[in-house]
Design a protein around this ligand. Structure first.
Ligand code: HBI
Ligand code: FE
Length: 290
């Protein structure tokens, strides 16, 4: 049997043309609610002193808590009042064109399923904990909310230009695995880090990865890995700076990176603003598989 089907009871649920489904919140079992609570309590502890201020603040304003799996419609009512974003339930990854259209209209597609116990610590596809604990809090920040809409519009253009891979890299190294510099030091904001206990510590405190100042063109040229910790993390100074860099440049930056060579995930280049040059020990030791 297709493991995805086993893993995800929403597979095959009736879906609209935009890939959205009914969250059917009343169908979550006590065990699934309890798993959310355990994931939430653990990650709330790990992110203390490590998550960016905007994410920690939004946990309270959005009333996210270990009191069972959130009802996306009710959570969206609170989020929409702040930045106009809503969360729409999906069963699985959404085709790129539909995904970008959702973002361009301030709708964030969130997986309705919760990871199986066997993948409590690590899973590759976005489940409801990754999407709501990892992504949703920052949608309450006005500058980041604007950036995500701009990203959706940029994605639609990138597809027309055949340069989607450049934009996917930008998303990966910001929305999924970005770090931000705050008064107290480096903090995490990327959802892939925010929802992972091990990577929350690794991204900020391990000597292995590089940490390099954000540059749109550099990110668009940098390959990434999807099944292990990142080899390089990019650091922004603020969400306003991220929005400014992207909103202004989205149009012509594709032309400037087109045809320029890619960087490997572990590369450091002479033009980089190097914050920490990693030892790369974790990767030389074979990473997660090592
Ligand atoms: N669909 N549900 C969902 N969640 C994602 O994060 C997602 C997606 N489809 C496409 C996608 N991400 C990325 O490939 C684009 O950002 C390029
Ligand atoms: Fe994600």
């Amino acid at each position: 049997m297709d493991t995805a089907f086993v893993k995800n009871r929403y597979h095959g649920a009736p879906r609209a043309a935009d890939f959205t489904i009914d969250q059917a919140w009343e169908t979550y079992s006590a065990e699934e609610h309890d798993r959310w609570d355990r994931l939430f309590r653990r990650q709330r502890e790990v992110t203390k002193g490590r998550a960016c201020e905007a994410a920690l603040k939004a946990m309270n304003t959005l009333e996210l808590s270990p009191s069972g799996i959130p009802h996306m419609g009710r959570l969206s009512d609170r989020l929409e009042a702040l930045t106009g974003w809503r969360i729409v339930p999906v069963a699985e990854l959404v085709p790129d064109d539909l995904f970008f259209n959702h973002l361009a209209n301030r709708r964030f597609p969130a997986g309705a399923f919760i990871r199986p116990e066997a993948e409590f610590d690590y899973l590759q596809e976005p489940d409801i904990f990754h999407d709501i604990f990892g992504h949703v809090p920052l949608l309450a920040d006005p500058a980041f909310a604007d950036f995500m809409e701009a990203y959706g519009k940029g994605g639609q253009r990138a597809m027309r230009l055949g340069q989607l891979h450049n934009l996917a890299r930008l998303y990966w190294y910001t929305v999924e695995f970005g770090l931000i510099r705050e008064a107290g030091g480096l903090r995490i904001y990327g959802a892939g880090i925010m929802s992972s206990p091990e990577e929350t510590v690794f991204a900020l405190e391990d000597a292995s990865p590089n940490r390099i100042g954000f540059d749109v063109k550099r990110l668009m040229r940098t390959k990434y890995i999807i099944d292990d910790f990142q080899q390089t993390y990019f650091v922004i100074d603020s969400f306003e700076a991220l929005l400014e860099a992207c909103y202004k440049d989205f149009g012509n930056v594709y032309a400037e990176v087109k045809g320029e060579p890619d960087f490997e995930a572990h590369d450091v280049s002479p033009e980089d603003r190097v914050i920490t040059r990693g030892t790369l020990d974790y990767f030389r030791a074979g990473g997660r598989k090592g």
